[in-house]
Design a protein. Structure first.
Length: 386
């Protein structure tokens, strides 16, 4: 795409609050660092302070503004209110020519509303994802629909996401299919790890490498969704306990910090062979994913990342707003059904041909050039405002 030459220097805000958001905007911020035409203001809500710090350090991202909204026991409503109030207080005197928001979080929705109310063009990264059920996932499905109403540009990761927006009546000229920015970050990390494997330094690495040397079949598990908390999450963990008892199978669970998730895991998995660890930072997480046989996860980002590493995903959800992976065959919905989780996992554990076929499927979420495409489109958009 041809770059538009402009003389004015524009100021762009990039809002992020959670670790996945930081990962998905990291390479975009990096792209703009040495730009002669753009100044980037990195705005963190401060939701995932501890979990996000390694991400910011690895990608050399400096927070220009930290809203520091995190409070014990806060609700989604609290996050939305605190984000908008924080933006209002800490942005005084800051004139933004555009605001990037990412995905479907409460901070994304709050940022888009704040931008709209202040007549700042909102650029929605990862736009157009839809599950079709406003409560699945909750509240993300609602968040992304509201964000779409405020956005001036919709950066859809796939043609299917773009079509969702078209079907809802959004202007075709405001919609661009650019892939998913998480692939940009994933590609950068894997390239860095190839040249320097020591970048992935974490306490469990020695155990993982030992399992690999013994030809153990490693499963990576992540689970955290609000709508699964309770009986459904316990069913998931019961299936995991059964799988962990199979010969030559090893399971690693980086346990989410949500107390309800931790309680369910400890209740069902106490005394099991599952290796439960604190949350892994991004680079170690990618290292573990690259060494596993397949992934069990309810994460949206994992559905996008794992196929690039040739890893099938059994999705621990009833619905997904990322149907492209399911259609391609890299992902399969298994929900919280204990028997289905076990049967599909055993198939991937015991059938090398099925595993190899899924591993070769091309990732439908892009080629790692999303950030460059986004930057060029925004530059062209703003040049028309001069």
């Amino acid at each position: 795409m041809e770059t538009i030459l402009i003389s004015k220097k524009f100021t762009l805000g990039v809002l992020f609050g959670t670790r996945p958001e930081a990962i998905k905007v990291a390479r975009l911020i990096d792209y703009y660092k040495n730009s002669a035409h753009f100044e980037i203001v990195a705005i963190s809500t401060g939701q995932h302070q501890e979990m996000m710090r390694p991400i910011l350090d690895f990608f050399s991202i400096k927070e220009d503004i930290n809203l520091n909204i995190m409070k014990p026991g806060q609700t989604v409503f609290d996050v939305v209110v605190a984000t908008m109030e924080g933006l209002g207080k800490q942005s005084k005197g800051l004139k933004l020519d555009g605001l990037f928001v990412q995905g479907d979080t409460a901070s994304c929705m709050a940022g888009s509303i704040w931008g709209f109310l202040n007549k700042i063009p909102v650029f929605h990264i990862e736009a157009g994802l839809r599950s079709g059920n406003i409560y699945q996932p909750w509240p993300e499905e609602y968040n992304r629909r509201v964000t779409g109403q405020a956005a001036s540009i919709h950066f859809a990761p796939t043609q299917g996401s773009a079509q969702n927006l078209i079907n809802e009546g959004f202007n075709k000229d405001s919609i661009y299919v650019v892939g998913n920015t998480v692939i940009d970050s994933l590609k950068y990390v894997t390239d860095q790890l190839k040249s320097n494997p020591l970048l992935a330094d974490y306490p469990e690495k020695k155990i993982i490498n030992q399992w690999k040397s013994e030809n153990k079949k490693l499963i990576l598990l992540t689970v955290h969704r609000r709508e699964s908390i309770g009986d459904e999450m316990r069913q998931i963990f019961k299936a995991i306990r059964f799988l962990s008892e199979q010969p030559d199978v090893k399971i690693i669970l980086p346990l989410h910090l949500n107390p309800a998730v931790q309680e369910a895991a400890k209740e069902v998995l106490a005394g099991s062979q599952v290796l439960i660890t604190p949350p892994l930072s991004y680079v170690p997480f990618i290292d573990v994913m690259s060494k596993c046989r397949f992934v069990l996860s309810d994460s949206g980002g994992v559905q996008e990342e794992a196929p690039s590493l040739g890893k099938p995903v059994l999705v621990l959800r009833k619905t997904t707003e990322r149907p492209e992976g399911v259609a391609a065959g890299t992902c399969e919905l298994v929900g919280s059904d204990e028997k289905l989780i076990i049967n599909k996992s055993l198939e991937l554990l015991n059938n090398d041909q099925v595993l190899a076929t899924k591993a070769k499927i091309q990732n439908p979420y892009g080629d790692g050039t999303s950030c460059l495409q986004i930057a060029n489109i925004v530059e062209k958009f703003l040049s028309t405002k001069l």
